[in-house]
Design a protein around this ligand. Structure first.
Ligand SMILES: [Zn+2]
Ligand SMILES: [Zn+2]
Length: 144
């Protein structure tokens, strides 16, 4: 995994949705956050979205509730709580990683931002990004 956050290897991180129905535990390493300004993220979250990531098989659910999955594009789907609507996960088809919204973690102080993608879609009113925040777009679109 690229851009691993030092110190998150072999540690467990708990999180969940706003209403508490969905609880999860993910084992590190965690990836640095990518901020995304694409039109899918804007429509789904209302503003720019961002996500850390972990290995898909390092994620376990602690209760019986599971996210509902919404196919947001032909290459990816997003997991959210059907009760409170919290958007927690992004899963790209065929990838062994899962993206996790930073705010879904109970404690997110260990996370850092690596960069942003889809800067060209950043709305004029969008969250202010540091001028020196790297653009990390690759030919693989939608890698949040
Ligand atoms: Zn919920
Ligand atoms: Zn996006």
């Amino acid at each position: 995994m690229d851009a691993v956050i030092t110190g998150t290897e072999d540690r467990n991180f708990d999180g969940g949705c706003h209403c508490g129905a969905i609880r999860f535990r993910v084992k590190g390493p965690l990836r640095q956050i990518l901020m995304c300004h694409c039109s899918d993220c804007l429509k789904l979250s209302g503003t720019s979205w961002g996500a850390s990531a972990a290995m898909l098989d390092h994620l376990t659910y602690l209760g019986t509730a599971r996210p509902r999955w919404y196919r947001s594009s032909s290459w990816a789907e997003r997991g959210f709580c059907a009760d409170c609507g919290a958007q927690m996960f992004y899963r790209r088809d065929g990838r062994d990683q899962i993206s996790i919204a930073p705010g879904a973690f109970d404690d997110s102080d260990m996370l850092v931002v690596a960069g942003q993608i889809f800067r060209h879609d950043h709305p004029s009113w969008g969250p202010v990004m540091p001028d020196d925040l790297p653009d990390l777009d690759t030919p693989q679109d939608g890698k949040v």
